[in-house]
Design a protein around this ligand. Sequence first.
Ligand SMILES: Nc1ncnc2c1ncn2[C@@H]1O[C@H](COP(=O)(O)OP(=O)(O)OP(=O)(O)O)[C@@H](O)[C@H]1O
Length: 415
Amino acid sequence: MDDNYLDSIFEKYLHAKKIFKNKEVLRHSYTPKELPHRREQIEELAHILVPVLRGETPSNVFVYGKTGTGKTVTIKFVTEELKKISHKYEIPVDVIYINCEIVDTQYRVLANIVNYFKHESGVEVPLVGWPTDEVYAKLKEVIDARERFVIIVLDEIDKLIKKSGDDILYSLTRINTELSLAKVSIIGISNDLKFKEYLDARVLSSLSEEEVVFPPYDANQLRDILMQRAKDAFNEGVLDEGVVPLCAALAAREHGDARRALDLLRVAGEIAEREGASKVTERHVWKAQEKIEQDTMEEVIKTLPLHSKVLLYAIVLLDENGELPANTGDVYSVYKSLCDHIDLEPLTQRRVSDLINELDMLGIINAKVVSKGRYGRTKEIRLNVTPYKVKNIYRHDPQLQTVLTISMSRQRRLL
Ligand SMILES: Nc1ncnc2c1ncn2[C@@H]1O[C@H](COP(=O)(O)OP(=O)(O)OP(=O)(O)O)[C@@H](O)[C@H]1O
């Protein structure tokens, strides 16, 4: 390789203006000192929690809003402030934050709460193994060891309820009647309002004694949020004027998601940095948008349930064979042959039709209903991603190994 060529690359990066001052500021885990456009929600939450400072139990709260509307960051911000001020008033407050996407069973939630106090109580519940009743009994014992307020934040509470039912909420929302010293309140956070349908009426009414709604941000609000973070994240003068407004406008179009807006800004900066550019421009934002969309789609395809994966693979085979658009019946028969091939009990055609709608909603395929005159209506199914891409994503998927090893000629015979 030409030495001069490498030299010039090193020179280019060495002399490139540094884009980021502190990239951490743009990460999801960073809690900013100010939260523009969340004043109303902060005040509502403070109003709900203030009884703590008077020695009274605050109501349970249900917090609802679409993804990226600042629910988690606002709750963390308000509970941190509450801890500070209650310290001043010498009122012991513990805030236990649990992400139910990760901690998604009744046992694990209870164990997490007990283990939060392990330094004080000396009790540590193992990840599995104890009878749930025993963990619950231990939880009451450690919490009630002294007078205090315990606020349990259950983030993504819908995931927990869908997986493990609402028994846990039934116990936790009633726990105060079984305690003599401590007082417990629950803050449940969700971006899926429909999950309330899964709750028993009594559980629902005690969980949502209070409700705080987080509306999506509009483009102007996102712009303020980005401006405030950009100040600390980027070096002065490196952001072209149109960059922040474009990130804000693109994220507003998506449903006002601040996380998406921050990702766009960060990825645009990273792309500019990699190019050795001295400024982040709108072109970098468009590239960032493309990259994020690709990454998201990949993740969605990777994490589909098994039957949807097999179904998608059937559509890929039809595409490779030049047989798209196909109707539900055609897709079903290839799906069924693939299931037989890997010893998987096929779902009914009706259920598969639902899965087709889901893949359509996720944007992976396009299923358009077309009228066939007096023969009724049918769906025309097309693939929205390249077959190569799907195959590449599934190449290392252990669940699909048997399907992937079907030879080309065999695949043709399945069709
Ligand atoms: N008003 C705001 N000011 C500054 N940053 C914000 C604001 N709102 C949201 N953010 C930032 O946007 C990102 C997403 O926010 P957060 O995680 O709180 O959203 P969420 O509503 O809990 O979303 P999800 O339901 O997907 O968990 C975080 O990085 C957060 O710091």
